[in-house]
Design a protein around this ligand. Structure first.
Ligand SMILES: *Cc1c(COP(=O)(O)O)cnc(C)c1O
Length: 417
């Protein structure tokens, strides 16, 4: 059954909010009163519960428990315990995911392990326009391995044909960070397996935003972020998935003591831990990891199909309102128009995208800019209302109609865009 057509008038939009079954989640987040936050795909909002966890972790576990808290407060088990919570959100088994390190580092580990499983092949397929840290991470790995491998950069339309029998690993981001298109994880994974290649999926822009079924798709490895749609907090550790059939088959190469078979035996020589623990390296940022649990627990209670439906409608509404009200201002839609093909964001391109985004942010509508000319608006169904989208597009129209964005200060680049 297809949903009713979207209203674009304010009364109709308010009705959507009244009928929204996810509306109650907004109260679980702390948001500034004068802001419409459309950047939860870069840094998710603060769950109120995270503040209490932060206080407890610092004031009791650290202050009073001190080193005993590694056992008593469960600090040592956190990568596994929180990994299992992430696993439930991405279609993985509880023993197939750890929460650890950063996405780029985790990608280095899983691609290294995958290459070790395909020693007679030398090609890694990647989407060149993907978030660059993924490229850099694999390029650094290849250099370390003596430049025996090469990256085959391809764009979405040509992907399937580029997956040939010289490919060791297909390393793709499920939802594109800038343009928002979704790759067909099942079809690409199947193609990879047909030619004997492995897959390493990045689900940074999918986890918590849309249904992800790593095992259902037969994925081999995956990595992802927790500070975007999972609201884990700035710099929250990433997560790493390795399908259980690959456990014990190859090493990830950052072989620290947390990935040793017996870390507290303090042996001289490395022996790999069995199972997913081999994917760890060393001591984790306990404060960040503890705080991130609040966002994971919210995600666990939010039915992902409802999240996805609302996300698609928020995006459709945004694009419809922009088409109605900003027609003459020269925006081009830089994401798929079809919600089924689009992740949880909309992207518009404009020659003055940077200045326009700066002006918008000054007016309380926070999105972000991605070079050279893209404005991104992240759609986070757990704390956005349909009316927020209406208000945001009103502000965009005003910034354009009044040419506020032409102020010289908006052309000055800040360090983080
Ligand atoms: C957000 C994001 C990252 C972030 O990497 P860090 O290691 O956390 O800096 C990596 N890859 C993609 C595709 C992303 O969207």
């Amino acid at each position: 059954m297809s949903p009713a057509p979207l209203p674009t008038d304010l009364n109709g939009i308010r009705r959507l909010d009244r009928d929204d079954r996810l509306a109650g989640f907004r109260a679980e987040f702390e948001l500034p009163a004068d802001v419409i936050y459309l950047d939860g795909n870069s840094l998710g909002a603060l769950p109120k519960a995270a503040k209490a966890i932060a206080r407890r972790t610092v004031e009791q576990e650290w202050s009073q428990g001190l080193v005993r808290s590694w056992n008593d407060a469960g600090w040592y088990d956190m990568p596994r315990r929180l990994g299992a919570k992430v696993a439930a959100l991405v279609g993985a088994g509880p023993d197939e995911v750890v929460m650890t390190d950063a996405t780029g580092i985790d990608l280095f580990k899983v691609v290294a392990a995958a290459l070790a499983l395909r020693p007679d092949r030398d090609v890694v397929v990647m989407e060149g326009s993907n978030f660059p840290t993924n490229n850099y991470s694999v390029q650094g790995l290849i250099r370390l391995l003596g430049d025996r491998h090469q990256v085959r950069f391809v764009e979405a339309a040509r992907l399937i044909d580029a997956i040939t029998d010289d490919v060791a690993v297909v390393c793709l981001t499920h939802v594109h960070y800038k343009f928002g298109h979704i790759h067909d994880m099942a079809a690409i994974t199947e193609r990879a397996h047909t030619v004997g290649a492995l897959t390493a999926w990045d689900v940074c822009h999918s986890a918590g935003a849309l249904p992800v079924d790593l095992n259902g798709c037969g994925a081999d490895f995956a990595v992802g972020c927790t500070y975007k749609y999972l609201n884990g907090g700035p710099g929250a550790p990433a997560f790493l998935f390795a399908a259980s059939r690959h456990h014990g088959q190859a090493w990830q190469p950052l072989t620290g003591w947390w990935s040793h078979a017996e870390p507290f035996a303090f042996e001289r020589d490395y022996r790999p831990a069995p199972g997913i623990a081999q994917m760890l390296s060393g001591t984790q940022p306990v404060l960040s990891m503890a705080v991130a649990e609040a966002g994971l627990d919210i995600a666990a209670r939010a039915p992902i199909e409802q999240v996805r439906q609302k996300s698609m409608r928020l995006g459709d509404l945004f694009l419809a309102l922009v088409a109605d009200s900003c027609e003459e201002h020269g925006f081009r839609v830089a994401c798929p128009q079809d919600a089924q093909q689009r992740g949880s964001q909309v992207s518009l391109s404009h020659p003055h995208a940077y200045s326009i985004m700066r002006a918008l942010i000054d007016c309380g509508v926070i999105g972000d800019f991605r070079a050279p000319d893209v404005m991104r608006f992240g759609l986070t169904p757990l704390y956005l209302r349909y009316e927020d989208i209406y208000d945001a597009v009103q502000v965009l129209q005003e910034v354009m109609d009044t040419e506020t964005w032409r102020r010289p200060e908006y052309a000055q680049r800040l360090a983080v865009t």
